[in-house]
Design a protein around this ligand. Structure first.
Ligand SMILES: O=C(O)C(=O)C[C@]1(C(=O)O)C=C[C@@H](O)C=C1
Length: 455
């Protein structure tokens, strides 16, 4: 056999051995995942991952392997494990889907699991819907959004947030969720790292996992008022770090960061040339002074916004991103690839909805949040009062409380709430949404209390 053929045999064997080992590693991760599930332990274990990183770097020195290659490979392996271990994870969405199924079977459910306001979109939406046909909003369009709508949004953003914004800074997307997907998938590459401050809406992590991007989790605690430590953020940054996600007012905690802490985080992000993805869809529900990331005028920031919460237009699937023209260009290329353009009739309707006064929505949600807070104070719950958004994220004062088990049993008694584990390592927590009329919320809270007492 010639030398090249011998070497080719060898390289094939090495490839097969690596794949066999990968299978064995993934199977082991699955077993660990099952145990974690039984023990009520969270999926990602940053300490274990850090220890592994240190050991891998030592090995790199010993065997003289390039450290960057090794770290990219390690991130890939860790992502595989996290994906495998997340397969059966329960989130607010899985509870919502189960609740919908029960409703179809004729059961009555109080929805306190999703952030879906029960009130109607602004009245103007109804007339706008009836106009689209005659006005001819029936064709393909620009993947960045309709020119008129982008202009209207630029004006709206300029007025609302006090930061001059042009149409070239706007990308219209089907919901803020799609803008989050576009930002993560078009700006980052496999092997890059993204910082997510938990508890967090699961989509940031899941989008990163889907694109082969490693999530570095900053765990925050109730005891520390859900404030990330700046040192923790600095410590996870390395040459692979590309983006940090911010979401204030926060889902699920309702937290708004103190201004100086937000300033410090932005300073670290800018110094390290990171993209800042700031999901600001709860800005209409800020009950304390709040500062948009737009005000930093940082050209690597992407702000996502939506009509779902502010205008009660969840089912319309319409939102937008605000960023530099270069980033908008990149995101729109992926959007064009995925869906050509956002439905023009819906864009037209949302453009009209921009004129509506939504202050009543803000007041309604604030009152509802207060209703559940009032009741929560009399129950076995620990929490920091939310500064905004539409949720209460509370710890149940019971040893070894399993939020998944509890939320499943609660659903059987007709109340849907979200388990804490959907938002990170928060098995002892639940998220209760304040989107129903006050009577319904009180009824739901009473059932939760009864259920907790009967445990
Ligand atoms: O040690 C664990 O808890 C594992 O699940 C294994 C593993 C890994 O793949 O090495 C997976 C995910 C954790 O974040 C840390 C490590």
């Amino acid at each position: 056999m010639s030398d090249i053929n011998k070497l080719r045999d060898r390289i094939d064997k090495i490839t097969f051995d690596i794949l066999k080992l990968l299978k064995e590693r993934n199977d082991t991760a699955k077993e660990i995942g099952n145990l974690k599930n039984n023990l009520g332990i969270g999926i990602t274990n940053e300490e274990r991952e850090n220890q592994l990183r240190v050991n891998v770097l030592t090995l790199c020195k010993e065997i003289r392997l390039d450290e960057k290659t090794a770290m990219t490979m390690l991130n890939f392996l860790l992502n595989e494990s996290v994906k495998i271990q997340s397969e059966s994870k329960q989130t607010h969405l899985s509870v919502f889907l189960k609740a919908k199924k029960l409703e179809k079977e004729g059961k009555k459910i109080i929805h306190m699991e999703v952030g879906e306001p029960d009130f109607l979109p602004p009245k103007i939406v109804s007339s706008a819907l009836s106009e689209v046909y005659d006005k001819g909003y029936t064709k393909y369009g620009d993947s960045k959004g309709m020119p008129d709508f982008r202009e209207a949004l630029a004006k709206y953003v300029t007025e609302k947030f006090g930061v001059e914004t042009l149409d070239q800074n706007i990308l219209v997307s089907p919901g803020a969720r799609f803008s989050v997907f576009l930002a993560i998938s078009s700006l980052l590459s496999p092997g890059n790292e993204i910082i997510v401050i938990e508890p967090a809406w699961p989509a940031y992590r899941d989008n990163a996992l889907n694109s082969g991007i490693k999530v570095r989790t900053i765990h925050t605690t109730l005891e520390n008022k859900w404030e990330p430590r700046i040192e923790d953020i600095k410590n996870v940054i390395n040459e692979n770090t590309r983006m940090i996600v911010l979401n204030y007012p926060n889902n699920p905690t309702g937290k708004i960061l103190p201004e100086n802490l937000q300033d410090q985080i932005m300073e670290v992000a800018m110094k390290n040339d990171l993209y800042v993805l700031s999901d600001e869809i709860y800005s209409a529900y800020a009950n304390k002074p709040w500062k948009s990331i737009l005000t930093y005028r940082y050209n690597k920031s992407v702000i996502t916004q939506s009509f779902s919460k502010s205008h009660a237009m969840t089912g319309f699937r319409i939102g937008y991103a605000v960023s530099s023209p270069e980033i908008i260009e990149k995101m729109s290329k992926l959007q064009a690839l995925a869906l050509t353009n956002v439905s023009e009739p819906i864009q037209y309707v949302a453009m009209k909805a921009l004129k509506a006064d939504t202050t009543d929505n803000t007041k309604t949600i604030r009152n509802r949040l207060e209703t559940i807070l009032k009741k929560a104070k009399t129950m076995q719950l620990d929490f920091v009062e939310p500064d905004g958004a539409m949720y209460l994220f509370a710890k149940i004062r019971q040893d070894n409380f399993d939020s998944v088990d509890f939320t499943n049993k609660l659903l059987d008694t007709g109340v849907a709430i979200a388990p804490g584990e959907g938002f990170g390592n928060y098995q002892g927590f639940v998220r209760i949404s304040a989107c129903q009329p006050e009577d319904t919320l009180n009824q739901g809270m009473q059932i939760i209390e009864d259920r907790l007492k009967s445990k």
